[in-house]
Ligand binder design. Sequence first.
Ligand code: NCD
Length: 333
Amino acid sequence: MSDLVAKPEVLGQHLLSISDLEHDALVEHLEVAEAFCEVERRSVRKVPTLKGKVVASLFFEESTRTRLSFETAAKRLSADVLSLAVASSSVKKGESLRDTVETIEAMGIDAVVIRHSSAGAPHQVARWVDRARVLNAGDGWHAHPTQALIDLFTVRQALAAQEGRPSEGTGTELLAGRKVLIIGDIRHSRVARSQIDAYVLAGAEVSICAPGTLLPAGPADWPVTVVDDLDVALSQADVVSVLRMQEERGSGSFVPSLGEFTATYGMTERRAALLKPGALITHPGPMVRGVEISSTVADDERCLVRRQVTNGVPVRMAALFLSLSTPEEAVDG
Ligand code: NCD
């Protein structure tokens, strides 16, 4: 860890959307995450990197893995974590988001990790805070940058393992030119939007496949190909990203029935058998087994879902480290 030196221009920035990142910053996140994997292997899984810093975690929407891994990441870096339980906070008394954020900033926090059902909420928070850095943990349908970083990191690691070499130092080389196919509820998916930005930035070719009602409005403006024939697309893909039906955003009413969605777009065993050797499957979780992915495919070794969860901690350590460090602080002891 002592040689962990990040480029000054990627330090001290909010992490709101992958579209704000240059290629260098994407690579920096992947490489720093790789360095933090080493901490995960130590008997004492803690480094003093963010000692004295305070990270507030504000989740206005449900979360299991994102919240736990952000908080674990902050603790592994020795930051203090303030976790606002929104359901029992003054938000329930009608306090506005702005007042909530200004209240916690007045306590001297250094970072706000925020998930909100409204697209743009983290951007708004970033305009209100003075010194704190804001990390977007998912806003409405809009963006989920750390999930996309986890997905690229995990795929890069798996591709390096296939080639029998370490992934450290490979930048986006292993991702460039790969065919990435995203299937499912793309319309309501912040993960899809961030994945598209990240994979395109890494030089991959992205295609999407979904029922017409679950495609985004105006997909022609996106840097993706919309595919109709899922079976053909599957047989050509290097990476398949399977997405959950966002029932809480009303996705169920966009398809005749969940059974029909599964039959037409689900990652069933028959469809998994169409994949070429070495093809990888990702899922951001939570999975709804039997709807967008069959239980057998979810447990198949080609499916990286558990490794994505494991990698959530080092990738979010990297995001916190890069956002909270100044050039002088960026060398960890
Ligand atoms: C995703 C999310 O919340 O956007 N989950 C996650 O963060 N791991 C995807 C989803 O909920 O389907």
